[in-house]
Design a protein around this ligand. Structure first.
Ligand code: UD1
Length: 380
């Protein structure tokens, strides 16, 4: 009897940095499934710098994309439109069995829209997360991608309720767990030593030898970095934290440009704050796993710190990942200087949140996706 087959490949889309660690375990699981599901990896080129792209691909052992759309940067409208324009002929050429998109970046929505209009089933991984803040570009991408998706895989139970409230049929939703944590557990042993990471960036690793250890900082949300007055306030607060605890700040290109434009470098004392370029996956994992605390506005780091048991102070007013607060190590601190300094003081006294690892964040989410996807595609 001939092996069961699909009508075409599973077309997997990545565009920006936070997509890479989500897609890597999915590709592995689709290949390891019995029978294997054929895949085609499309990179939109939303992120293209060596720091934002190449190092992550190497660290995660992602295969080179079969197709690179090379869209690069632009306004939201221009970037989204360009991805759509360039993605359409790829779908025409390869006639995929479905299009798998992950997360909430512009590439996620753009490719989902192209696929649904061509009657190609759309699969969304990390569906149903909601910040309920429509000023976040990612929130718009999440809501719209979920509306056009045919199969929705969720990371936490609250996502199911969000989706049902928006009218998504419960039968389309599957709670599989967190593929980002699959990546974290898979690479944990390979994490790079923090001293080595600092040395490679030309920073004296003695900075890490503080009695309280070190904090890790990442910031890139428009709401934190685009307005110079807001950014000044944020950096001022970081300087106050740095007087208690040395900080390693892996700086996103958007943030670097904003600091430069506003002339705010003097706020970051190099003796207390090591400013590094965006780091590879294994470097970031080593820095984070060993940190005393993390200060961030990233979505992924809120989850990774919860899985690692490292206290996380999230410099936002809301989060689409409530489980990291309810069960994990995350605390929302916004821009409130007193709240931030108070939380840091508690953590330095050893009273930070330790939390527990949420349900199904067990390293096997991608396998659940592969098993379900195979069954589902065979039925549709
Ligand atoms: C994007 C995602 C965000 C994600 C973040 C992780 C959207 C709407 N946002 O935001 O959800 O958390 O990626 O990094 O999709 N740039 C470079 N090199 C690059 C890529 C970008 O220098 O390789 C610079 C460009 O100046 C660009 C700016 O960063 O204009 C912003 O890049 P963009 O992809 O528009 O959004 P991010 O802020 O990275």
């Amino acid at each position: 009897m001939a092996a069961p087959t699909l009508p075409g490949p599973v077309l997997c889309v990545v565009g920006a940095r936070p997509n890479f660690m989500k897609m890597a375990p999915i590709l592995r699981a689709l290949a390891a499934h019995v029978p294997p599901l054929p895949t085609l990896l499309v990179h939109t080129g939303q992120h293209y710098d060596a720091d934002m792209n190449d190092r992550l691909f190497a660290d995660l052992r992602l295969p080179q994309p079969d197709v690179n759309l090379e869209v690069g940067s632009g306004t939201h409208a221009a970037q989204t439109a360009e991805v759509m324009r360039r993605f359409e002929p790829v779908v025409d050429e390869h006639a995929p069995a479905c299009v798998v998109v992950v997360g909430d970046v512009n590439s996620t929505l753009a490719c989902a829209l192209v696929a649904v209009k061509k009657h190609v089933p759309v699969v969304h991984v990390e569906a149903g997360l909601r910040s309920h803040d429509r000023r976040m570009p990612e929130e718009i991408n999440r809501v719209l991608t979920d509306q056009v998706a045919d199969r929705l895989y969720t990371t936490e139970r609250s996502a199911q309720a969000n989706l049902e409230r928006e009218g998504i049929a419960p039968g389309r939703i599957v709670f599989v767990g967190n593929v980002m944590i699959d990546s974290l557990l898979h690479h944990r042993e390979l994490a790079r030593a923090p001293a080595q990471t600092l040395r490679a960036a030309g920073v004296d690793p003695a900075l890490l030898d503080h009695r309280h250890g070190w904090g890790v900082v990442t910031l890139h949300r428009p709401s934190n970095v685009d307005d110079p007055a807001t950014l000044r306030g944020v950096l001022d607060t970081l300087a106050a934290v740095a007087s208690q605890l040395p900080l390693v700040f892996a700086m996103h290109p958007r943030t670097r440009a904003a600091v430069e434009r506003a002339g705010l470098w003097p706020l970051l004392d190099p003796a207390r704050v090591a400013v590094l370029p965006p780091q590879g996956y294994l470097e970031m994992l080593g820095l984070t796993a060993g940190a005393t605390l993390v200060l961030t506005d990233s979505g992924g780091l809120q989850e990774e710190t919860t899985a690692l048991g490292v206290p996380c102070l999230t410099m936002r007013e809301n989060t689409e990942r409530p489980i990291t607060i309810e069960q994990g190590t995350n605390t929302l601190v916004g821009h409130d200087r007193e709240a931030i300094l108070g939380a840091v003081a508690e953590i330095l006294l050893g009273r930070g949140k330790r939390g527990r690892v949420p349900e199904r964040w067990d390293g096997h989410a991608a396998e659940r996706i592969a098993a379900d996807l195979w069954q589902w595609l065979r039925r549709t």
